[in-house]
Design a protein around this ligand. Structure first.
Ligand SMILES: [Zn+2]
Length: 209
């Protein structure tokens, strides 16, 4: 019934997670109602976001292309707490707590042997070769690695690997591993956690032994 061009646009909008046929068709039609000026601004913003945004070379969070992110460049954030997360968007969930003043390390994916994903396909190498040694440099405090993963097999596999690497690199006395899962619903969605839940989960974190 609708012109082919609208149907094509609606189909492409389904590339986005959470967009089904109905919501994508509605958004495609909304595009038609945009004033020319607004439409031009929207296309410009899309292109600019894509062209000018990249991932921070240090932590893996979003950054302006060619720069380190706003968190890594904030000198007031401490180096002795590193929150390890799976996806860049998990950083936003953790920041919701507004009480975490450490830094982040994004793995991009968790170890999942059944899916053929091993440590080499994640950013765990950078964690042990660069981030932890840098954080320990000249510091008298121990480094705390706070794990913020969704519960599941890949979370357990990744946790086990990190524990093994801490032992193998001789960090048992200098690197403490804690996890946030306590206080969080078992199958929480990191994108929809609210501030109170995040604060409770952070304050109730437990050492992983
Ligand atoms: Zn960064």
């Amino acid at each position: 019934m609708l012109p082919q061009s609208i149907q094509d646009l609606a189909q492409k909008l389904q590339y986005f997670p959470g967009f089904g046929s109905r919501s994508s068709q509605k958004l495609a039609l909304d595009v038609m109602y945009l004033a020319d000026e607004k439409y031009t601004e929207l296309v410009g913003a899309l292109e600019s976001a894509r062209k000018n945004t990249s991932f921070c070379q240090i932590c893996g969070f979003f950054s302006q292309r060619g720069s380190i992110c706003s968190i890594c460049s904030d000198d007031s954030r401490n180096h002795h707490q590193i929150c390890i997360v799976e996806k860049p968007t998990d950083v936003l969930s953790m920041e919701k707590s507004q009480i975490f003043r450490g830094r982040y390390h994004v793995l991009n994916q968790l170890i999942s042997p059944l899916d053929g994903i091993f440590a080499e396909s994640t950013r765990l190498g950078e964690l042990f070769d660069v981030r932890i040694p840098d954080s320990l440099l000249g510091k008298t405090k121990e480094v705390e690695c706070i794990l913020f993963f969704k519960a599941g097999f890949s979370s357990e596999a990744t946790t086990a690997y990190i524990r093994e690497m801490i032992a193998r690199r001789g960090y048992i006395d200098s690197v403490k591993m804690t996890r946030l899962a306590q206080g969080l619903p078992l199958y929480y969605n990191t994108d929809t956690l609210d501030q109170a839940t995040m604060v409770r989960a952070l304050e109730d974190r437990r050492e992983v032994v």
